[in-house]
Design a protein around this ligand. Structure first.
Ligand code: ADP
Length: 556
């Protein structure tokens, strides 16, 4: 029998419901943990598409009436067992019978208030599973550690449940009026204080998750450090600094059953590190034909697969897109999101037939073909908590060009022409021409230095991006906060050292709630920046003021 029992709560879980990387993480990590010494299960809302697609597999476990202020609402509990993992689903057609996962911001606040209350009501006897770790993910589940305290632990229930809160993206925080949320969650007044869940006179779900959980993790060590700074902290940097002792960064992995060019059924020709040249050439030809691009094996094919939002650096891309096309690059973008970016990309593609294609769609099959067919993957993100696309592209022998931020900085080693090391290319500043020059440099190596390119591709393909290492770190963390030893000693993630003092932040100076801190505090270590190449160092210097200006804008 496994002693550590973890319940993951999330609004997205692959393969059932996906919008971005959150789904990939909560879909793969519990499966990996279950292979080890952990009993990990997952709970998510029963969205309409899941109900239709999995109707034959869904097993009904029961129902309850869940309180939401003055209302009492039906909540059904279903279950599916898949890949050795149990997935629970919370049913309520009023809240979840929609094709899309997220509907409208204010309604989403209410929907996830209901979800969080239902999960806590089901936990234990009803689902026949009493976890000792409740692992919450992003704002949609951020209030759960506080609710657990207010409605259960205070009354002697679930007293052995410890909580982990993972920040997949600090930008989306779940902010809403105090009166409305207090009523829906039946929160006693003692919880509605600036030092707990109130920020700027509103309830902030993300802040509650940070303050009330036993451990806070983010999805890369660099992002864990960055979010404690003014520039990346999205207004919660002082709160994170205050709780730095329990904040750590654990890199995501990728699902190697889904993303493996040797076994991938979705790509035109399978290949491995020995046969990649032939395999990728066949995939490239097939994609060029499929998208009516000029069938030219020598043209560097640069792709991007992403949510089309400003975070992903689309302004940088749009600024230099014409110059990239003029340089002879072929460009394919797959994504949906902000209508402004959708239109701007479609317009440029329409002006450049045969050279560029903008696929405004969510298409997993096409995404796999693009990862296999491309030569270069573009990821000029303004910030990137971890990023999965750069890992998938490296596994498929597609060389990433990234901005040095968050998980991109932790996973992409920029090519160094002096030592020959590197699995990709990177640039430091939010500067479109820095992005353009690095991409042009990559294209030059692709066209004129085949031996160097081969080395970079192989360095990427050799990398281990599996969940095994990260799952080991999560297991170590669960063991640390529950005090339950694991048969095999696992590495525990190191807390991050706060970059600045919390001086001047009134709300964090006040008394914080008494928490059960992690048993041991290993020595904190700042993530170290990789040595820049001569080229990079020069470009960093030239463009530095651009970033300073932007940081000041944000503070104002
Ligand atoms: P984020 O979580 O910020 O969206 P990540 O890089 O962590 O970004 O994860 C994005 C995931 O979603 C990747 O697996 C990527 O391939 C996939 N993805 C994003 N947009 C699309 C799309 N339009 N069609 C298919 N897959 C997509």
């Amino acid at each position: 029998m496994k002693d550590i029992k973890v319940l993951f709560a999330s609004s997205e879980v692959s393969p059932f419901a996906k919008v971005g990387g959150l789904a990939d993480v909560v879909g793969a990590l519990p499966v990996e943990l279950n292979k080890d010494d952990i009993d990990a299960r997952v709970i998510l809302p029963l969205y309409r598409k899941i109900k239709i697609k999995y109707q034959d597999e869904l097993q009904f476990l029961g129902w309850k009436m869940v309180h939401m202020g003055w209302r009492s609402l039906y909540a059904g509990l279903f279950q599916i067992e898949k890949n050795g993992t149990i997935f629970y689903f919370v049913d309520n057609e009023y809240y979840f019978n929609f094709d899309q996962l997220y509907v409208e911001y204010v309604f989403d606040i209410e929907r996830y208030c209901f979800f969080q209350r239902a999960v806590l009501d089901f936990m234990g006897d009803f689902m026949n599973f009493e976890p000792n770790v409740l692992h919450c993910n992003d704002w949609q589940t951020g209030m759960m550690p506080m609710l657990l305290d207010a409605h259960f632990k205070k009354h002697g229930y679930h007293t052995n449940v410890q909580t982990v809160f993972t920040i997949h993206n600090l930008k989306y925080q779940g902010v809403h009026s105090i009166d409305v949320v207090r009523e829906m969650l039946d929160l006693p007044d003692e919880y509605l204080r600036d030092e707990f869940c109130i920020k700027d006179r509103a309830i902030n779900f993300m802040k509650a998750g940070i303050v009330y959980s036993n451990s806070v993790t983010t999805v890369s060590p660099t992002y864990a450090y960055e979010i404690m700074t003014d520039y990346y902290g999205e207004g919660l940097n002082y709160t994170l600094q205050r709780y730095a002792f329990k904040v750590s960064g654990i890199l995501n992995g990728i699902n190697d059953l889904e993303y493996n060019p040797e076994t991938d059924e979705k790509i035109p020709m399978k290949y491995n590190i020995k046969t990649y040249k032939k395999g990728k050439a066949a995939c490239k030809k097939s994609l060029q034909e499929q998208l009516s691009l000029e069938v030219n094996p020598g043209a560097p094919l640069c792709v991007m697969i992403s949510r089309l939002v400003d975070q992903k650096g689309l302004d940088l891309l749009l600024y230099v897109l014409d110059e990239m096309l003029y340089d002879g690059m072929q460009i394919v973008i797959l994504g949906t999101g902000d209508p402004y970016y959708e239109r701007a990309l479609a317009d440029t593609a329409a002006r450049n037939p045969g050279k560029m294609c903008a696929c405004i769609d969510f298409d997993s099959g096409l995404a796999h073909t693009m990862y296999a067919a491309a030569d270069i993957f573009l990821m000029p993100s303004l910030f990137e908590p971890c990023g999965l696309s750069q890992l998938v592209s490296m596994a498929y022998g597609t060389v990433p060009v990234v901005r040095e931020t968050g998980g991109l900085k932790d996973t992409v080693i920029p090519y160094n022409e002096f030592t020959g090391e590197g699995n990709g290319f990177s640039f430091a500043n939010i500067n479109a021409h820095e992005f353009l020059f690095v991409t042009k440099y990559a294209c030059d190596l692709y066209r004129n230095h085949k031996d160097v390119w081969d080395k970079i591709v192989k360095a990427g393909m050799k990398g281990d991006y599996s969940w095994k290492k990260s799952a080991g770190e999560y297991a170590g963390l669960y063991s640390l906060i529950t005090g339950i030893p694991l048969p095999e000693k696992k590495e525990t993630p190191k807390p991050v050292e706060a970059p600045l003092s919390a001086e001047g932040d009134a709300e964090v100076k006040k008394e914080a709630p008494a928490k059960k801190a992690p048993a041991k505090k290993p020595a904190a270590k700042k993530p170290t920046a990789k040595k820049p190449t001569a080229k990079k160092a020069a470009s960093k210097k030239a463009a530095a003021p651009a970033k300073t200006e932007k940081a000041e804008d944000k503070k104002d």
